[in-house]
Unconditional design. Structure first.
Length: 422
């Protein structure tokens, strides 16, 4: 296992480019299953989660090859198995994205139940409901979601969940419906740009999907889909994380490839905190002014403040000039970073779904441990701001979602090394 050793307290300066979007790419890799042939994805980030999805597709009989540093070819001609095994799905919940395309094309799928997540329960009831509504039989057997259908028939399906729309369930339903009979209307569909990206890719494969980006998506089933070539959008959560690296170190950082519209609420929130943010030509430039002003934020489904930037934002607010309140509207327990930030000198008190952060003047280096991807990113940010040396342990969580984080931060002037944990 590796760790990061960070000598904090240096303002970061310079420009980095956003990687391809992990969360857009994962369902797009699964979507390749809808066609027989080679689908080529460009701008694919090199991440362990992408390798896990590749392993899931290989387990189904697909051949996956890197044709360039960020070009991935998914050849589905050999697909002859329909089981996503426990050993892979337990590593990455997003493996459930093969459920919809397997049902769409082969009318059978067995996908291990993902189980718990480091930051609380993440059920898959909406994914199951979606398939049942199209006429599939879906049972839970031996820890697996076992789905079968003689035929899938489109209909109106409401996907409202307790925390609003589900991105994963919207993706699975769109992919199953693309090869179903008739018209499926998804009510309360996810509206994130990653969902729009999947809509566009399905369109490039010959699917008839309308309404991407709105709360109602209409899918008119077709008989077959063709493989396609598609360039994955930039990763806005990664981009936002580097924007915060500039803000939290009082530096001057430009992130290229960031989509200011996607991040508009995040950018507005940073400005409210007194951070200078300039947006132009697909780049976001940030100039940190510490201490930031305290804030009240609430995460929610797009276009609300993204939960995937909440831990990193909480790190910034630990250096605010007063009391901030962060309410988690998606995952009430997503505060693994809080006790670790406290180890660095932050004052954070959590009563789910809320964290109250009383800003401090300084953070101090310490040993901290990562327990999930975005919590890990938050600890790196705090370590960059902290005086002295911070050891961030178990960074394999960070490798799931950030390609070469230490290289990017080093290019901005950070003192960060990857070492094997002793
Ligand atoms: N939900 C249900 N039932 C379901 C599905 C979801 O109740 O069947 C609930 C969830 O528990 C959650 C909410 O609905 O409260 C939203 O979940 P969603 O299904 O949208 O999440 P997801 O598709 O599993 C994606 C991202 C996550 C991100 C969430 C929310 C991918 C691969 N993952 O997950 O990203 O937090 O949307 O925006 O796209 C990350 O990158 O760090 C990450 C966790």
């Amino acid at each position: 296992m590796d760790k990061y050793v960070i000598e904090g307290g240096r303002p970061l300066r310079g420009t980095v480019a956003a990687q391809g979007s992990k969360n857009a790419c994962l369902p797009m890799m699964a979507a390749a299953l809808l066609a027989d042939g080679v689908t080529t994805l460009r701008n694919v980030p090199r991440l362990s989660d992408i390798e896990t999805m590749a392993a899931v597709l290989r387990a189904l009989g697909a051949t996956i090859e890197w044709e360039g540093p960020h070009v991935l070819a998914v050849d589905t001609r050999g697909v002859d198995k329909y089981v996503a095994p426990y050993d892979l799905v337990r590593r990455m919940r997003a493996s459930i994205a093969v459920l919809g395309p397997l049902m769409g094309r082969f009318r059978r799928a067995e996908v291990s139940l993902p189980g718990g997540c480091a930051f609380g329960p993440r059920p898959v009831d909406l994914h199951i409901k979606a398939l049942r509504e199209l006429g599939a039989t879906v049972e839970l057997e031996g820890g697996y979601v076992v789905a079968r259908a003689a035929a899938l028939k489109g209909k109106r399906v409401n996907l409202s969940g307790p925390a609003g729309p589900s991105r994963g369930a919207t993706a699975n339903l769109m992919m199953a419906a693309a090869l179903a009979e008739g018209v499926t209307v998804i009510e309360d569909a996810a509206r994130e740009p990653e969902t729009v990206e999947l809509v566009n890719m399905l369109g490039a494969m010959g699917a008839r999907v309308e309404g991407g980006g709105s709360a109602e998506i209409t899918v008119t089933g077709v008989d077959r889909l063709e493989p396609c070539e598609y360039e994955v959008m930039a990763d806005q959560i990664e981009a936002g994380t580097y924007v915060l690296a500039g803000a939290i170190t009082g530096g001057d950082v430009t992130v290229e490839g960031a989509d200011a519209e996607y991040l508009s609420l995040f950018i507005g929130t940073l400005r409210e905190a007194g951070v200078t943010v300039d947006v132009s030509n697909g780049a976001i430039a940030v100039r940190g002014n510490l201490p930031v002003a305290p804030l009240e934020i609430r995460t929610g489904p797009y276009p609300a403040f993204p939960t995937d930037l909440q831990p990193q934002m909480t790190a910034l607010l630990s250096l605010a000039s007063g009391r901030s309140v962060v309410v988690e509207g998606i995952y009430p327990d997503r505060f693994n970073h809080a006790p670790e930030l406290v180890r660095l000198g932050a004052h954070v008190e959590v009563t789910p779904p809320t964290a109250v952060i009383n800003g401090v003047h300084r953070l101090y280096g310490a040993y901290v441990m990562t327990s999930d991807l975005r919590a890990g990113a938050a600890l790196v940010l705090a370590g960059l701001a902290a005086g002295g040396e911070t050891n961030v342990r178990r960074i394999y969580h960070i490798d799931r979602g950030y390609e070469g984080m230490e290289d990017k931060l080093t290019s901005l002037g950070a003192a960060i090394r990857r070492l094997e944990e002793e």
